[in-house]
Design a protein around this ligand. Structure first.
Ligand code: MSP
Length: 655
């Protein structure tokens, strides 16, 4: 039996229009499912909308609509967007669907009958933005840590889920299944939440006197279900739990979410599953945030990126490629059209586009567009074949481990190697020399390798993959589910080098990604940001700053960032030095030396957040390289580390 792969996205709140963040999660989920489909697995892909709760009621009121009218309209916008982004979900769930409502009630009754739901008095700090209560300990200076707003203090009688009963078990499960939550930093974060002791039982009801827009509790008609308890259940209700065919076939699945909703997915959901006796999900895959100019997207800042507009402007596949290639999965990334164009020109126009264009036109010129036969391989060819096989194996493994940027980079190693191979083999010289056998071998090897590249691109760039395969005379079959379906598994085929048909007529040209110019206004924007002043008019020569003062431009040269101390040790034979390893949100921790050993015990600094000058030129101190500086404040012989007032993601910019 084929193995199965079930992937979900968060179901999005319908209080606002879809934006780049929602598009990213959904495109990544689409890409993951296509990758598994390509490998012959039976796949199911679910997305949808989360339609209950206070937040929606408030947004509907603000729009002058009833909740039902309001959710219908925004859910429709999400459903209409996905096809424009090449997303082929099998199912779209809405938490107002009658089937979902019935299954949530069934689940609630089961947990209630198990004795894991009780009635009690409750008071707490409620944040509508998060749709949840916070304990005193969880607040930061009295504010919600996510929204930095003051929560409402509410006291009422409610139903509670005995979550605390399952927390020790969950901590054990996370410890013994290291990739249950991945990447690792989120696994550690989830464990830290559980170990902090701040988590209590979960309040899972709202009295109807306060909120009617929700699923009624099956055991008390005066209450509705808490929106998160209802929403998380979509992942199994959509499959027809408890007795649906799809549930039996596809559960347990994989979830994909961003870091903002780690707690409900990493803590609430597994304890709910455990209490009701359902198997846990396979992996929780957690990504970072897309920022715009290093700040969060928000309507009030007017910096919300519209995904459909980007796809229309730059081409759907180029947009998808950029999203997968420019975000290191797990870390935050900055979106800009300039970065997209730069990536487009380097990878798609120069590397991939150029390769197809050169090789197809040479084949047209030298072999009248027919696929030549390969003769005996030489050493150079064998090196290329080996490189290609390694690149494909790495692509497969990295993709499986949700390291999409690195997987694509591995594929591009092959694309770049092929371009170099053209240069080093110089087919035009072979042609001049009349060495047609060698010329045939060179062209054939390249066409075979290009076919492998084209196929591997299918998960990320389905349209491009189909076009390139067609140019190579290998059209992908039409499919109801995907538009075009791959029927070759590039991983299984990696070692096969005679998959094209000798003598077949193929395309004589390819021009998929013509270079883009960076528009003048974007260049100006960039200069403006660099100089901190408007570039329109020729700027007067800057007056020299008075002695003792720094120019703004000098200050701007500094890159200040928040980091988390991972390790801190004394440097042998250096009384003053501490050696830090600091997480700055980069792929590797930074090593930074600091002369503050007399003020601190190194082990007390581990886990602390510090402010770091991140772009100081590296230097060697006592044979150790130090790349950066940790900021401290000193007064009357006392020294303290500068640290942000609230916990910040490593790598957060200080400005
Ligand atoms: N309704 C809940 C999820 C319930 S799932 C059972 C919710 N909805 S949401 O509309 O706020 O969506 C949050 C998700 O949208 C994030 O986890 C992420 O998948 C996506 N993103 C929203 N903004 C984002 C960025 N700026 N960057 C990347 N993804 C982000 O939470």
């Amino acid at each position: 039996m084929a193995s199965t792969f079930y992937i979900t996205t968060p179901i999005y709140y319908v209080n606002a229009r879809p934006h780049l963040g929602h598009a990213y999660s959904t495109i990544v989920a689409d890409t993951m499912r296509r990758f598994h489909a390509l490998k012959g697995e039976e796949t199911w892909f679910l997305t949808g909308t989360d339609e209950h709760g206070d937040k929606i009621v408030k947004a509907a009121a603000a729009a002058g609509k009833t909740p039902k009218e309001f959710v219908d309209s925004i859910s429709g916008q999400f459903q209409a967007l996905w096809p424009l982004l090449g997303v082929k979900n099998d199912q779209f769930i809405r938490t107002t669907d009658p089937d979902h409502v019935e299954r949530v009630q069934h689940f609630l009754q089961r947990v209630y009958d198990n004795g894991d739901i009780y009635f009690g008095e409750h008071s707490g700090h409620y944040c509508t933005g998060c749709e949840r209560f916070y304990t005193e300990k969880e607040l930061e200076n009295g504010l919600c840590p996510q929204h930095q707003t003051k929560p409402e203090f509410i006291q009422e009688k409610n139903y509670f889920f005995r979550m605390s009963k399952y927390l020790p078990w969950l901590a054990d499960h996370i410890r013994s299944n290291p990739d249950f939550i991945r990447p690792e930093r989120y696994r550690n974060e989830a464990l830290a939440m559980i170990e902090s002791g701040a988590l209590e039982d979960l309040c899972i009801s709202r009295p109807k006197s306060r909120l009617e827009w929700g699923i009624e509790l099956p055991f008390d008609k005066d209450y509705v279900c808490y929106v998160w308890f209802d929403a998380l259940l979509n992942y199994v209700s959509a499959l027809g739990w408890p007795d649906g065919e799809n549930y039996a076939k596809f559960w347990p699945g994989e979830h994909l979410v961003a870091k903002d909703i780690l707690k409900p997915h990493g803590v609430f959901w597994p304890t709910m599953l455990k209490s009701a006796g359902l198997p846990l999900y396979r992996h929780l895959n957690v990504h970072g945030y897309w920022l715009v100019k290093d700040t969060k997207m928000s309507k009030s800042l007017g910096n919300v990126v519209e995904p459909a507009r980007m796809a229309e402007r730059y081409g759907l596949d180029a947009f998808r490629y950029f999203l997968l290639r420019d975000m290191q999965f797990g870390s935050d990334a900055s979106f800009s059209e300039e970065a997209l164009i730069t990536r487009f020109n380097a990878d798609l126009a120069n590397d991939l586009g150029n390769l197809f264009s050169r090789v197809l036109s040479m084949n047209a010129k030298y072999f009248a567009g027919r696929i030549p036969e390969a003769g005996k391989l030489e050493d150079d060819d064998r090196v290329l074949v080996e490189l290609a096989e390694n690149a494909l194996a790495n692509y497969d493994q990295l993709f499986d481990n949700i390291r999409f940027a690195q997987a694509l980079d591995s594929l591009w190693e092959l694309v770049r190697a092929l371009n170099k191979y053209v240069d080093s083999q110089a087919p035009w010289t072979l042609f001049k020399q009349g060495n047609m056998e060698r010329l045939g071998t060179v062209i054939r090897i390249m066409l075979e390798a290009m076919r492998k590249v084209a196929l591997c691109l299918w998960p990320v760039m389905p349209g491009t993959s189909a076009t390139l395969m067609e140019q190579l005379g290998q059209p992908l079959p039409a499919s109801e589910r995907f538009g075009v379906a791959p029927d070759h598994n590039p991983v299984e085929e990696a070692g096969k080098w005679a998959l094209l048909e000798t003598g077949a007529q193929i395309a004589s040209a390819s021009n998929l990604f013509p270079r883009l110019d960076i528009p003048e206004e974007m260049k100006e924007e960039k200069n403006k940001a660099k100089q901190g002043k408007a570039p329109q008019k020729a700027a007067p020569a800057p007056a020299e700053a008075p002695a003792g003062l720094a120019e703004f431009a000098d200050f701007q040269k500094l890159e200040l960032k928040v980091g988390t101390v991972l390790e801190c040790t004394r440097v042998p034979k250096a009384d003053k030095l501490l050696c830090f390893r600091i997480d700055l949100g980069e792929s590797e921790p930074r090593q930074i030396l600091s002369g503050i050993a007399e003020y601190f015990e190194p082990e007390t600094l581990v886990g602390k957040q510090v402010c770091v000058v991140a772009n100081l030129a590296p230097r060697k101190i006592r044979g150790l390289v130090s790349s950066g500086m940790i900021l401290t404040a000193e007064s009357e012989g006392k020294l303290t580390l500068l640290t942000p007032a609230a916990g910040m993601a490593p790598g957060s910019k200080i400005s």
